[in-house]
Design a binder for this molecule. Structure first.
Ligand code: SF4
Length: 82
């Protein structure tokens, strides 16, 4: 199954949990906020599709983010995973 990750970058406080949990998809930027690697812009969100293999680590990033700016949806139904 494919999943869509949505990231509200404005709200990031640079805690770095996402990078620690899921370094394949997250990197710290010099401006102090995290970047969702290879994402595209969709309004205020940075978005990216991931596969089943990356769901667990991305969930850990989303759960660990202290300001809750990382969201994961099922791509086909839009149902919220976290
Ligand atoms: S865990 Fe959340 S606040 Fe911390 S760097 Fe990642 S997105 Fe930003």
């Amino acid at each position: 199954m494919a999943y869509k990750v949505e990231y509200e970058r404005e709200g990031c406080i640079g805690a770095g949990v996402c990078v620690a949990m899921c370094e394949k998809h997250w990197v710290m930027n010099a401006d102090g906020k995290a970047d969702l690697i290879a994402s595209t812009k969709e309004g205020r969100m940075d978005v990216k599709e991931i596969g089943q293999d990356d769901l667990e680590s991305m969930k850990q990033a989303a759960e660990g983010c202290p300001v809750n700016v990382i969201h994961i949806l099922k791509k086909d139904t839009g149902e919220k995973v976290i």
